[in-house]
Ligand binder design. Structure first.
Ligand code: PMP
Ligand code: GLN
Length: 380
């Protein structure tokens, strides 16, 4: 049988490649972004309780209502957003699915979507599978800020959406008020949608505020704002997330969603609905992760890598001019095999493999894991 590939230029995602290589070589895995410490035992207890209380049948298609109500309450508390849980919040199997569904909801063949690179690796395939085109704009190295003049130059009558991601994977950059002002000016009087990937909303450091699209009613009216419970609550294997969008947008989003997964795993929705009322549980996430970032930065001083700044996410990037001038992908593979530490080459987040010789390290790990990794990296 011959299949005409819908994604002829796509291989296996770098996260799978590096995690498999790490397992094969028994390397410490600072590559794929997942915590190696346990999730909060209270949330684990609540999900067990939900199973035992027989919450094991289909949840409603848009999601368990008490969970949507709890999300609306949280969005009001954190971002002063007034959300209707019935018409504006949809529970999804993860953040990636929410982004894919939002793109599928709005895109027609030939549309253009502005994507900032380095970009999380699902965005461009998600656009292309819908017959649309990604228009890439490089974030400005080395602090990875957005060049808004480049955005203005890239807009055409075919521009259907802009994808934002703050805090940013892989760089840890975050949006500033000035970016919001520029964004507002760029989209004003257009029909451009915003897909805002906010899966790291709670992992933002140094007291910086998370500038969610939920804060700005004028921007929210054109936005699909995507979140991930897995990233937030250290249970990436849950694959639970949600999409917040105005009622008219949500109505179309649900047409796509209902014939894809229909509804998500019920026990975790019931558990999270109860857990979200504990504000401390999400307010304590940033300081705990910042401590890991700081510890990792301090440990890495014993190596010849030069770390960049990270203001959020699970990640920090680093250059290696004092070690080698190999392409990042080659070095990442060699470090996994020879030094016993897996990382992610940032070149994998560029459609053309642009290589600034940067590696991404995941610091969402136990202290012992970070120590073991850095002990090995110090010998490189
Ligand atoms: N966007 C970014 C930038 C991410 O790093 C992740 C983490 N995988 C996701 C979306 C999706 O998260 P999920 O695992 O909930 O699909
Ligand atoms: N978001 C994770 C990362 O950037 C990986 C998710 C995945 O493996 N698809 O590492």
């Amino acid at each position: 049988m011959i299949i005409q590939s819908k994604l002829p230029d796509v291989g296996t995602t770098i996260f799978t490649v590096m995690s498999a290589l790490a397992a094969e070589h028994k390397a410490v895995n600072l590559g794929q972004g997942f915590p190696d410490f346990p999730m909060d035992q209270e949330l684990a207890r609540l999900v067990n309780e939900a199973v035992n209380q027989h919450h094991n049948q289909y949840a409603p298609m848009p999601g368990w209502m008490p969970l949507r109500e709890a999300i609306a309450e949280k969005a009001g508390f954190l971002y002063q957003a007034t959300l209707n849980p019935d018409t504006e919040i949809t529970i999804t199997p993860g953040g990636t699915y929410a982004i894919y569904s939002a793109l599928t909801t709005i895109l027609q063949p030939g549309d253009e979507v502005i994507v900032f690179e380095p970009a999380y690796d699902s965005y461009i395939p998600n656009i292309e599978i819908n017959g649309a085109k990604a228009v890439t704009i490089g974030l400005v190295f080395p602090d990875y800020h957005i060049d808004w003049q480049a955005v203005r130059n890239a807009i055409t009558p075919k521009t259907k959406a802009i994808i934002l991601n703050s805090p940013h994977n892989p760089t840890g950059a975050v949006l500033k008020e000035e970016d919001i002002r520029e964004l507002r000016a760029v989209v004003k009087d257009t029909n451009i949608f915003i897909i805002s990937d906010e899966v790291y909303e709670h992992l933002i450091f140094d007291g910086l505020p998370h500038l969610s699209m939920l804060r700005y009613p004028d921007l929210l009216q054109r936005s699909f704002v995507c979140f991930s419970v897995g990233k937030t609550y250290n249970c990436t294997g849950w694959k639970l997330g949600y999409c917040i969008a105005p009622a008219a947008l949500t109505k179309e989003f649900r047409k796509v969603h209902q014939f894809n997964c229909f509804s998500c795993y019920t026990p975790s929705q019931v558990a999270l609905a109860n857990y979200l009322h504990n504000r401390e549980a999400y307010l304590s996430l940033a300081p705990a992760m910042q401590e890991k970032r700081d510890y990792f930065k301090q440990l890495m001083q014993s190596t010849r890598f030069t770390l960049q700044e990270s203001y959020g996410s699970y990640f920090i990037c680093g250059t290696y001019e004092r070690i080698s001038d190999e392409p990042a992908r080659e070095l990442a593979i060699r470090l996994t095999k020879e030094a016993g530490v897996a990382t992610i080459p940032v070149s994998a987040f560029y459609h053309d493999g642009k290589d600034d010789r940067v590696l991404r390290f995941c610091f969402a790990k136990k202290k012992e894991t970070l120590e073991a990794a850095v002990e090995k990296l110090a010998k490189v």
